[in-house]
Design a protein around this ligand. Structure first.
Ligand SMILES: Nc1nc2c(ncn2[C@@H]2O[C@H](COP(=O)(O)OP(=O)(O)OP(=O)(O)O)[C@@H](O)[C@H]2O)c(=O)[nH]1
Ligand SMILES: [Mg+2]
Length: 397
């Protein structure tokens, strides 16, 4: 079981390029709309500082999944490259709304936006396009999609056999269950907007506000400001990052091209580059042309603390969605040399007992207490675990 991060956005913004850079896959990339039709799922990684160096003996860890490089664990997550969305997608425009459904399978979304302004709202080549339009349209498109389904839920409530005697949140939650919401959440949202629990009292604006609020709660999303290797993108980024209208969004500057180039050069031995790092070194013989290209990337990577591809995925999962990484173990290597083989991603609010259940239902049922491997202290069932905790679970069986 691993988390799924979805890449969304209009066509030609670089979703597939970012997907390839993160997963080292080779799905088609193209400067024309709808290069991607069917979604691809690949294995990407999120970085977690490895706990191994903190324990006696400084043993190397032996990851079962992913890998560890220079003290940084790369923990697998699923990345989904979805087809491009154009305005009106919720009504079937472009490739229609099939992939709106694909989006529901993602735990968190990265909205890839072309900050260079060289593609229009439909993904065709242009110049001077304002990326703000893209940010707005995608939010609106998702909101319209939610509104359609909300309206169906209201109809269901109004025409249901219970008439208007049942609870509206029950019907809405059922209609919107694909969004992974529930009655409690729907009720909370209705009340938080100062609305009554009676759809007859809601006007169009109330319904739209309700759909938007449910979307915000159930579709955590950040923006990856892509193509930041171009001067136009850097200007747009400076402007939008300081625009109060966009304060509600986390915007991570990124260059999928730079990440791909560095990873490829690392594989070829031309540079030493640890994916996501803020620096790299030229290690082998490189042609003058390659050296010039790498120096251009260096300028960008220095300014923005990396290519942004790794940080976009990590910001989405750890900050926007809310997750933490937990290592099961005692802090000592096994006799066979295995050490800190696993690093699991859990929801932000997971307790020691949740962690036990996550490992296995038998472990959860037999849970006695946990032991924090760093301090040797016992941790009770309800203790909230912290990011990067190393925990041994003690059970009755
Ligand atoms: N300068 C620059 N160009 C990029 C970058 N990432 C992608 N591109 C270019 O943008 C164009 C579109 O890239 P794709 O990855 O096919 O875009 P997409 O969002 O998957 O497009 P659809 O599949 O049509 O929705 C290609 O020409 C890429 O080379 C980047 O970081 N910098
Ligand atoms: Mg694509």
């Amino acid at each position: 079981m691993s988390y799924k991060i979805g890449l969304v956005g209009k066509p030609s913004v670089g979703k597939s390029t970012l997907f390839n850079a993160a997963t080292m896959n080779d799905v088609p990339e193209g400067a024309y709309p709808f290069t991607t039709i069917d979604p691809s799922v690949g294995e990407a990684y999120v970085r977690v500082d490895c706990a191994a160096p903190e324990f006696d003996g400084d043993h190397d860890c032996t990851p079962n999944h992913g890998f560890c490089r220079d003290g940084v664990r790369y923990v697998p997550v699923k990345l989904v490259d979805v087809a491009g969305l154009v305005p009106g997608a919720h009504e079937g425009r472009g490739l229609g709304n099939q992939f709106l459904t694909d989006l529901n399978e993602a735990d968190v979304l990265v909205h890839v936006v072309d900050f260079s302004g060289t593609t229009d709202i439909e993904g065709e080549q242009t110049e001077g396009h304002d990326p703000r339009e893209d940010i707005d349209f995608l939010e609106e498109e998702l909101d319209m999609w939610y509104l359609d389904i909300l309206e169906k839920g209201i109809e269901r409530y109004e025409t249901g056999y219970h008439g208007a005697d049942g609870d509206v949140e029950t019907d809405l939650a059922e209609q919107m269950s694909a969004f992974r919401t529930n009655e409690d959440e729907i009720k909370q949202v209705i009340l938080s907007l100062d609305l009554e629990l009676d759809p007859e009292t809601w006007d169009d604006e109330d319904r739209a506000a309700l759909a938007r609020e449910i979307r915000i709660r159930t579709k955590p999303m950040i923006v990856a400001a892509n193509k930041m290797d171009t001067p136009a993108a850097q200007d747009n980024y400076d402007e939008i990052a300081s625009d109060p209208e966009y304060d509600h969004l986390t915007v991570v500057p990124a260059s999928a091209h730079a990440e791909k180039a560095l990873k490829t050069a690392d594989e070829q031995g031309a540079v030493e580059y640890r994916p996501g790092a803020a620096e790299f070194e030229i290690a082998g013989d490189v042609s003058d042309e390659q050296a010039a290209g790498l120096e251009q990337i260096r300028g960008f990577v220095d300014d923005f603390g990396g290519t942004g591809v790794q940080s976009a995925l990590e910001t989405a999962l750890f900050e926007e969605f809310g997750a933490k990484a937990i290592f099961p173990g005692t802090g000592k290597p096994r006799d066979n040399g295995e050490f800190l083989q696993d690093c699991f991603i859990l929801p932000d609010d997971a307790t020691a007992e949740d962690f036990a259940y996550f490992l296995h239902s038998d472990i959860g049922e037999g849970f006695l207490h946990g032991i924090d491997a760093r301090s040797g202290r016992q941790v009770g069932a309800d203790t909230d675990l912290d990011h990067r905790d190393v925990v041994e679970v003690v059970t009755t069986n």
